[in-house]
Design a protein around this ligand. Sequence first.
Ligand code: DGY
Length: 326
Amino acid sequence: MDKPRILVARAVFPEVVSRLAQYFEVENNQADEPWSKQQLADKLRDKVGAFTTGAERIDADALAAAPHLKICANMAVGYNNFDLPAMTARKVLATNTPDVLTETTADFGFALLMATARRVTESEHYLRAGKWQRWSYDMFAGSDVHGSTLGILGMGRIGQGIARRGAHGFGMNVIYHNRSRLSPELEAQCKARYVSKDELLRMADHLVLVLPYSPESHHTIGAAELALMKPTANLINIARGGIVDDAALAAALRERKIAGAGLDVYEGEPKVHPDLLTVPNVVLTPHIASATVPTRKAMADLAADNLIGFLVHGKPLTPLNPEVLG
Ligand code: DGY
């Protein structure tokens, strides 16, 4: 019997492609060629499953071109590349990779927070440029992390991981805002106090964004929100581009309305707003919060397990729209 045909849209660990090939006829993209929307649609035309990353948009147009498609397994916890209502309407299952990246991503949120607070990138550029001649009392003096107030906007699993690191590791006073309040047990574990969004913006010394992107969260942080923050505060975004108005942030950094920012995600990435590239008080990384070898492997394995689980055994592990399972 012919094996079901699937598409692996991006380069991924070869052993994961080999494992998928035991069950499926796999068309892959190990050369990691950039595909246009039309090329992706053409490749989906005869496939029942797709292994995607956050870079492949699965919307009504892609679905219209793919009459046999039954599942898209995203190798990411975020899934704003999926038009979930359109997938559900077409009865295409969507899966993501929660849990396996929580602690790694929380580690990175903290790394970016520390690097921003202690001006690690700026000072390294200064040293590499041969400008370091002698000690001075205020050279790259930044802000303290220990004992400061850590604000978290979006208190899902990753937000909670950051809260635990801040509260238990660095003795930080943790405040958070989220659509729904955590249970008293989780608040106690995270040593986190629920506040309004305005209070969060006004009180945080370090504000970390960990909320999902949706049209509702577009530009959650713009000029008005930045104006509420302390001039000594740092903003960290490990969530998604578009949650912050990058032009407004670059202006606030240039005018020292806030002290610094650490960004892993950008509006329209991989493009970065040109003004962010010219302000010194920002640490910039290319969307790598989940990028450790073991975690990326675990994410790829989970995406593959979702394809095998659903298409071979009828049981996906982490469905986003289980209603299509009937
Ligand atoms: C995720 O999993 O959503 C990450 O942002 C992708 O690396």
